[in-house]
Structures are given as structure tokens and as C-alpha cells.
Design a binder for this molecule. Structure first.
Ligand SMILES: Nc1nc2c(ncn2[C@@H]2O[C@H](COP(=O)(O)OP(=O)(O)OP(=O)(O)O)[C@@H](O)[C@H]2O)c(=O)[nH]1
Ligand SMILES: [Mg+2]
Length: 609
């Protein structure tokens, strides 16, 4: 039995028939044919049903982002602890008798104490269903983090209180801004010497132009970190470190006005005076908390605490549950030619064509934002992670697929609710949920699945252009099959890309292309751990890849004209031409001079035949 099914009952995990249904859901559901209230395109009644409003309203999903090592995985683990999904929190770097965290389950994550791949976990808390996406902070894995952000409706930006804003947080903030995600800021590690909370507020405001509004305010830092003032209730929460590793912190709550008790509990007159001063000052200085601005991402609720010692974690969870947005819709192309044309994601032309699909739209729609092989190495299966945007998922429903021919249907026989590498099958799921679908290789990142008579395509998730290239070889020819399978499955995940020489059907040297060096190390480690094969890598000195959308004839012409000197000509896994450059300058020049090549920094998977 799975980890989380031990902690909470089945009905609370899956929400099957708890509030919304009194008996098992029937498939196909019956509903009169209508026009959708939000997008006004016709919906097909035969295989589709809108999600009940109470199910949409009770869902919250959030992605946790930050610079490496700020404590995202630790925070996730503690949210699971306080959410009741686990009984004892694991540690990122385990010592004897400790368990590992739910989200860092890969061997290499456990060995190195870093997150490599984003993880989805869902649990019920009070009346709400929470979906958490824990993301890796390291820039070499940022493509994975960006994909997870596409699935999220709220983001939590974690800062290390001793360091403030760091490089990777800055980049991820930009992505949140582009996606207009409501952003909650949690300043972590207050149990260590920290910057002044005012300095952190200034830094965020000056660098991001984002106003913060403190909700939880710290009392002291480092060894003197006593607790937090909840500015919404004016109650002070004084904590004691948990006596047992991984368990909850003890807390005493005192109203801010109860001066005597507060002084006694804080036990330090300077800290007490500072708290009173801060409370007064903030009351005078701050603009009011404005939930419209929070939703517009122009004001960020600000929290201080310590995930490791659990200070402020439950309060944060409670506030997030009331302040975070329920699932929101996404723009999509409906029956549109444009969706299949190759254009820059987010172009004006694209924007104009799109229609908003709200969570209450009648048809089921969702998109793939992640593929993962070997969640359970014993079963060697592959899952596509689908973020449901609208409608209801029912076990066994048939869906259309954005890269397949119109009319072609896939049977979603089994969906899984995810909890790190643990999962349970679900019969029904709703907008905001992330479900895992068995993926024999049909579903690529960015693909849309939909029911109904209209073909729906959400704009793709942008890919990063690879900047690192290396040959990978199998030193043991007897392991040929396992090596090929491992590479194929890791390619399907989008963990890495593969290139070969032109017309090579698989016998020649294989080039791996990645955004960062660590991705190569992950591939090698996973080939060893999950497929039992060794590999050797040899770096190449190219730093840039461009797909030649003009096709092989355009490449041949440029080559004949002597324009491709010093450039390596290779093909991607779908035999499309790719050029490798040693520097940016050469790529820009060639793109300007030889426009017929139609050089692109990335490429989508082709349509299925
Ligand atoms: N002192 C202190 N240490 C913390 C706190 N939160 C996390 N840590 C430690 O910081 C280190 C990094 O924590 P993680 O949770 O792995 O950080 P992360 O942001 O998930 O890291 P990546 O996923 O690799 O980007 C671990 O050793 C944690 O034990 C905290 O509140 N206080
Ligand atoms: Mg982590």
C-alpha cells in the first residue's frame, strides 16, 4: 500500500464521491448539449461533463521555486507533515534513523541532497485538495522547473533569509511574472542569522518592482528566532523546536496586546520592544493587503519562518489556503490552423487567435507538462503528467490528442494521483489536478488532450535551446538493448535531447544535447541505476544548436555555397536537420545571411502519423 494511503483515507485522497457524488460516477456522463459559458464554443454532450463547482473551488495548486538550497524540498515535506499527508517529515540530507523526503526520491537526489526533477504531491487539507509541485533550483534543471510552472496557478518564492534574492530566484521570478502567477514569498531559514526583514522587502521592491505585504513577521533571527506575529490576527506565535526530528513544533499563541505574557514568553526585552515597534511601524507604512493586487501579482504576501524547525509552516499553509487562487483556465486554439504552424510561443498573432478555456468549460481539456520514466523502477513504466484545465476526467474516457489526426482517440484507461514516486489510481479528477497517465510514447511535453467535437490546443511549453553537447558511448556491446531502451526513455522524458549524424539509423555515434552539464551526469547515473548500464561521455566544443526549419534541401544549398564551414550538421531523433555552432556570432550571421534555412533555437515534436 502506498505511503499516502496509509496516512489518509482513500475517499479523502481522491475526492471520489465525498462531496460531489453520492454514488460512483458513471461514464460516459450525461449532460445536455450546450455552449460553454466561458468560451462560447459548442461542446459535445456524448463524452464530456463540466466539473462541479465545489470541486473546482476546493482545489489549490502551487509550485515552490527558488535558488538552489533555499529549502523548497524541506518546506514541501513540512507542508505535507502539517497537511496530514505524512506522519513524520524526512530530511534532505539524511542521518541514521531518518527517512528521505517524499519529493527527492531519485537515487542521485538522495545521494547529493539536491532536487533534479520536479515532483507532484497532492493531499487533502481541511476541505481543500492541495497539489504541490516541488521544483529543482539548479539552473541546469530549469527547463523542468519552467514546465512545472506552466501547470501551477500559484507560486511560492522561497528566499534564504541570510542571502535574500539570488540569481536563480531572479530568473524564476521573471517566468512567474510572464505567466502572471500570484506570488507568495516565504523567507526561510530564519533560525540562522538573517538579513533585516526591511532590507529583504526593499530588495524585492527595488529589483522586482513588486510590493510585499508582510503577513507573518519574525521575532528575532538565528538562535534568537522566537516566533512570528500574524499581522492579520495580531496574534503572536512563539515556538519551541520539536523535540523529535521530523515532528511538529510546539507553539504558544498570545495576543499582541497581552504585554505581560508576551514579554515573559519572548524572554528578551530588546526583542519584545522591537516587535512592538515593528508592529506599529508596519501598520502605519504599508498599503493595505489587496487580494486583487495579489491575484494580479503586483502585491506579494510575505511570510517569515523556518521550514527546518517548522516555525511558521502551518500558519503559512492556512493563509495560503484562504489566499491562493483556485484553478484558473488557460488560453487555447480551438479548431485552429494556427496552432500547428511553427511560430514563437506568445507571439501577437497567436494571442489574437486564442480563446480562454475556463475550468468550468464542459469539455475535458488538459496538457502534458512532464514525462517521467521509472517512477517505480520495478515496473519500468512511463507516465505523462497532465494538468487538467477544464471538465472532468473519468476512468476510461476517450480523448483527442493535439498532434494526432482529427478523430483519433486515446483511451485514458488508468490515471494516477501522484505523491512523489508513490501513486494510486483515480477514477475521477478535476481542473487543477495533476494526473499521471500511462504513456507508451505517444504523449510529448506540451501536448493537449481533449474530449468533445472541437480540437483544442494549448500553446506549447517553450523548450530551452541546448548549450552543451557530448558523445555518449556504450562500452559494453552486450548491453546494447538496455542502453538503447534507457536512452530512448530518457529522451521521451525530455530529460535530454539526442542528435546523430545525417542518415544514421542508430548504428553511429550518439550526441547528447543538454541545457546544463549536470543533466549529462543525471543521464549517466540513471542509466546505471535504472537500466544497469555503464556509459562513457566525451564533450564536444559546440555551444549552440539551431534547427533548420527550411529542411534538408535548404541545408544542402547552404553547404554547397560554402556557408556551413566549421558548423556540424546533424539530425534530431525525427531526422530533422540541426546545425551545431561554436559561438552565437556565427549562428546569428548565418541566420541573417541564409534566411531560407529558417534557423530556430528549438523544435516541437512532429505530428503523429
Ligand atoms: N537552518 C535551516 N536549514 C534549512 C532550512 N530549510 C532547509 N534547510 C536546509 O537547507 C538545505 C537545502 O534544503 P532543500 O530543502 O534541499 O533545498 P531545495 O531548495 O529543495 O534545494 P534544491 O532542490 O536542490 O534547489 C538542507 O540541508 C536543509 O536541511 C531552515 O529553515 N533552516
Ligand atoms: Mg529540492
Amino acid at each position: 500500500m502506498g505511503l499516502f494511503s496509509k496516512a489518509i483515507s482513500l475517499s479523502t485522497i481522491f475526492g471520489i464521491s465525498t462531496n460531489a457524488f453520492t454514488s460512483r460516477p458513471v461514464y460516459p456522463p450525461q449532460q445536455p448539449n450546450k455552449k460553454c459559458a466561458t468560451c462560447h464554443f459548442a461542446t459535445d454532450d456524448s463524452a464530456t461533463v463540466a466539473a462541479p463547482n465545489q470541486e473546482i473551488n476546493r482545489r489549490r495548486n502551487l509550485a515552490i521555486i527558488s535558488h538552489p538550497d533555499s529549502g523548497k524540498t524541506t518546506m514541501t515535506e513540512k507542508l505535507l507533515l502539517y497537511g496530514g499527508a505524512i506522519q513524520q517529515a524526512g530530511a534532505v540530507r539524511q542521518k541514521a534513523e531518518q527517512r528521505s523526503t517524499a519529493s527527492d526520491f531519485m537515487e542521485m537526489e538522495k545521494e547529493r541532497g539536491i532536487s533534479i526533477s520536479s515532483t507532484v504531491m497532492n493531499f487533502d487539507y481541511n476541505d481543500l485538495r492541495i497539489n504541490i509541485l516541488d521544483t529543482p533550483g539548479h539552473q541546469d534543471f530549469s527547463e523542468d522547473t519552467y514546465r512545472a510552472l506552466a501547470a501551477a496557478d500559484n507560486a511560492i518564492m522561497l528566499l534564504d533569509g541570510g542571502k535574500g534574492l539570488e540569481q536563480q530566484t531572479r530568473k524564476l521570478f521573471e517566468v512567474c511574472r510572464l505567466r502572471n502567477l500570484p506570488l507568495f514569498t516565504f523567507v526561510n531559514k530564519m533560525d540562522r542569522p538573517a538579513l533585516s526583514p526591511y532590507d529583504i522587502m526593499d530588495q524585492i521592491e527595488n529589483e522586482f518592482g513588486l510590493e510585499t505585504h508582510p503577513i507573518l513577521w519574525p521575532i528575532g533571527d538565528g538562535a534568537d528566532f522566537k516566533g512570528v506575529l500574524d499581522r492579520l490576527t495580531n496574534i503572536v506565535h512563539i515556538y519551541e523546536k520539536p523535540s523529535k526530528r521530523g515532528s511538529k513544533a510546539k507553539v504558544v499563541e498570545v495576543p499582541l496586546e497581552d504585554e505581560e505574557k508576551l514579554q515573559e514568553l519572548i524572554g528578551d526585552s530588546d526583542l519584545y520592544e522591537k516587535l512592538k515597534e515593528d508592529a506599529e511601524l508596519l501598520g502605519e507604512l504599508l498599503n493595505p493587503l489587496d487580494m486583487d493586487r495579489v491575484m494580479d501579482a503586483t502585491q506579494s504576501p510575505l511570510f517569515f519562518g523556518s521550514a527546518m524547525t517548522n516555525f511558521g509552516v502551518q500558519l503559512f499553509l492556512d493563509k495560503f489556503c484562504t489566499m491562493g487562487t483556485k484553478p484558473v483556465g488557460r488560453k487555447a486554439f480551438i479548431n485552429s490552423e494556427l496552432s500547428t504552424k511553427k511560430k514563437k510561443v506568445g507571439s501577437e498573432e497567436e494571442e489574437k487567435e486564442m480563446v480562454f478555456v475556463g475550468p468550468d468549460h464542459n469539455d475535458f481539456t488538459g496538457f502534458v507538462f512532464k514525462n517521467q520514466a521509472n517512477l517505480d523502477p520495478k515496473h519500468r513504466d512511463r507516465l505523462a503528467y497532465i494538468r487538467i484545465v477544464s471538465g472532468s476526467y473519468f476512468k476510461g474516457m476517450k480523448v483527442g490528442h493535439s498532434r494526432s489526426k482529427p478523430g483519433k482517440k486515446f483511451n485514458l484507461a488508468q490515471a494516477q494521483a501522484l505523491f512523489g514516486n508513490d501513486r494510486e489510481s483515480v477514477d475521477i479528477a478535476y481542473p487543477g489536478d495533476v494526473i499521471g497517465i500511462n504513456n507508451p510514447g505517444n504523449f510529448a511535453i506540451g501536448d493537449t488532450l481533449f474530449t468533445g467535437s472541437n480540437s483544442v490546443v494549448f500553446p506549447g511549453i517553450p523548450s530551452f535551446s541546448p548549450e552543451k553537447f557530448a558523445y555518449i558511448r556504450n562500452p559494453n556491446p552486450s548491453n546494447y538493448k538496455s542502453f538503447q531502451k534507457g536512452i530512448e526513455q530518457l529522451l521521451d522524458e525530455g530529460a535530454i535531447q539526442a542528435l546523430r549524424q545525417r542518415n544514421d539509423d542508430g548504428g553511429g555515434p550518439l550526441i547528447l544535447a543538454a541545457v546544463g552539464q549536470l543533466q549529462f551526469e543525471v543521464v549517466q547515473a540513471r542509466l546505471t541505476n535504472e537500466y544497469g548500464v555503464e556509459s562513457k561521455m566525451e564533450p564536444l566544443s559546440y555551444t549552440l544548436a539551431r534547427w533548420a526549419d527550411g529542411g534538408w534541401s535548404a541545408v544542402d544549398k547552404a553547404d554547397k555555397d560554402g556557408k556551413l564551414f566549421g558548423i556540424m550538421i546533424v539530425q534530431d531523433r525525427w531526422k530533422r536537420p540541426v546545425l551545431l555552432f561554436r559561438n552565437d556570432w556565427k549562428a546569428t550571421n548565418l541566420a541573417n545571411e541564409e534566411t531560407h534555412l529558417q534557423l530556430l533555437p528549438w523544435s516541437k515534436p512532429p505530428d503523429l502519423s
